[in-house]
Design a protein around this ligand. Structure first.
Ligand SMILES: [Zn+2]
Length: 120
């Protein structure tokens, strides 16, 4: 499994087999952000240190800003909708995307710090 597939399927960064989250569907909100403590395949401890996943907030912020810019520019340049109304569309898409972005940013953050076992 390649890096991007591993990130988007929320797999363990080291073995790319075990699941990161108890439930891979981020829209089941009661299970949002609930992670396995260790990989059930290679026994990697996911939380490297206390507060490790606070850094994922920076990734989340970056993803939301990037997606907002893309959505805004698509609507602004490709439609005749006034920019004031595009802001409402933007708000809606940001709220809708938040659970997925939160989970995805954790997966990206982990993959940034833990190399794949075949990469070293
Ligand atoms: Zn693993």
């Amino acid at each position: 499994m390649n890096l991007l597939k591993s990130i988007f399927k929320f797999k363990c960064p080291r073995c790319r087999v075990g699941n990161l989250f108890l439930n891979n569907n981020p829209y089941i909100l009661r299970d949002l952000n609930k992670m396995h403590k260790r990989c059930d395949n290679c026994n990697l401890k996911f939380s490297i240190e206390p507060g490790f996943f606070q850094g994922a907030a920076y990734v989340s912020y970056g993803l939301q800003v990037l997606s907002s810019l893309i959505v805004f520019n698509c609507f602004f340049w490709l439609t005749n909708i006034r920019w004031q109304n595009i802001v409402y569309i933007l708000l809606f898409t940001v709220i809708l995307a938040t659970p997925y972005v939160v989970v995805l940013s954790r997966a990206i953050w982990l993959h940034m710090f833990i190399p794949h076992k075949g990469d070293f």
